[in-house]
Design a protein around this ligand. Structure first.
Ligand code: NAI
Length: 338
């Protein structure tokens, strides 16, 4: 069997990781023949809980899991990693201003970007899940460069992508596999634009576009978009905890497709540093439809999709929010002298 991959998961004592680490260790992400060394990072205060997660992973008796390494030291965590799931972040507490939350997270991702540059393999691939995910990834990429290419750093919008796919499948009366090529544009936030103009639905054996399959333009341009945008908040209200199972599954899908490539004629949504496509300024960590080549593990933004006036307005709004977040984050970077 191949040499083990070294996979880092941060926030490993938290909610999302409780679902995530099992899925990784059991082979759902890198395949059933790929041995793994799992490095689990959390903050020192969480070290007892982290040990509990390690004990459970050991007790799962998973043949692919060659090593589990709990750490509370960032430098040690990032050493030689092939893949990193950056889930840990400063949670929003009651009464906390957005600005304070952003500043706290900028500190974490500045420091983790540097740790990546210092220790990780130059080929390492990174998914940022911790919120605000796009901006955290932007800061991480800034401090990991030039040793780590910004192309190796991404933020997760796959949960939004999966939510959109599931909504369309339910409305069209088909199963998940019958829906492909939805798009999430922009920020993982309330301004994201879930777009099904280019999506395909397989209904009764023939592929049609999603608008025809659903047959309800008002729903597609209204309720559908807001259900996907607000799903996270609705789940918090129902569960009193954030969506952890579905977030973990989405993170696995994201890295699985990066590692194995996207199937022919299929794209997925990932927030990546813009190359200027669709008028999005270069470097902005923006969610796009991407295809991934299995051999090079390099993503490409899908080109040539038509953007109508309705879509352009939505793209502008989410871009503006991302630029504001980026500027605030850069200011916080200058102010923090770590
Ligand atoms: P949680 O609060 O249960 O766990 C977070 C863990 O991160 C805690 O154990 C905490 O100690 C740890 N942590 C904090 N700072 C750290 C640092 N500097 N290094 C390492 N670990 C650190 O939170 P949960 O529910 O697991 O969510 C994690 C993050 O994912 C949150 O920021 C949440 O908003 C975000 N999220 C993102 C989604 C997306 O679609 N992009 C979807 C759902 C959640």
């Amino acid at each position: 069997s191949p040499a083990p991959l070294r996979v880092l998961v941060t926030g490993a004592a938290g909610q999302i990781c409780y679902s995530l680490v099992y899925q990784i260790a059991s082979g759902s992400v890198f395949g059933k023949d790929q041995p793994l060394e799992l490095v689990l990072l959390d903050i020192p205060m969480m070290s007892a809980a982290l040990d509990g997660v390690v004990m459970e992973l050991v007790d799962c008796a998973l043949p692919l899991l060659h090593k589990v390494i709990p750490v509370t030291d960032e430098k040690e965590a990032f050493k030689d990693v092939d893949y990193a799931f950056l889930v840990g972040a400063m949670p929003r507490r009651e009464g906390m201003e957005r600005k304070d939350l952003l500043a706290a997270n900028v500190k974490i991702f500045k420091s983790q970007g540097r740790a990546l540059a210092e220790g990780a393999k130059s080929t390492t691939k990174v998914i940022v899940v911790g919120n605000p995910a796009n901006t955290n990834a932007y800061i991480c990429a800034k401090y990991a460069a030039p040793k780590i290419s910004p192309r190796n750093i991404s933020a997760m919008t796959r949960l939004d992508h999966n939510r959109a796919t599931a909504q369309i499948a339910a409305k069209a009366g088909v199963t998940i596999d019958d829906v492909k090529n939805v798009i999430i544009w922009g920020n993982h936030s309330g301004t994201q634009f879930p777009d099904v103009k280019h999506a395909k639905v397989n209904k009764g054996g023939s592929a049609t576009d999603a608008y025809a399959a659903v047959g309800d333009e008002a729903w597609l341009k209204g309720e559908f978009i807001s259900v996907v945008q607000k799903r996270g908040a609705v789940i918090i209200a129902a569960r009193k905890l954030s969506s952890a199972m579905s977030a973990a599954k989405a993170a696995c899908d994201h890295i699985h497709d990066w590692h194995f490539g996207t199937p022919k004629d299929t794209w997925v949504s990932m927030a990546v540093p813009s190359d200027g496509s669709y008028g999005i300024p270069e470097g902005i960590m923006f969610s796009f439809p991407v295809t991934i080549d299995a051999a090079t593990k390099d993503w490409k933004i899908v080109q040539g999709l038509s953007i109508d006036e309705f879509a352009q307005g939505k793209l502008n709004a989410t871009l503006q929010e991302l630029q504001e977040e980026r500027d605030e984050a850069l200011r916080a970077c200058e102010e923090s002298n770590i």
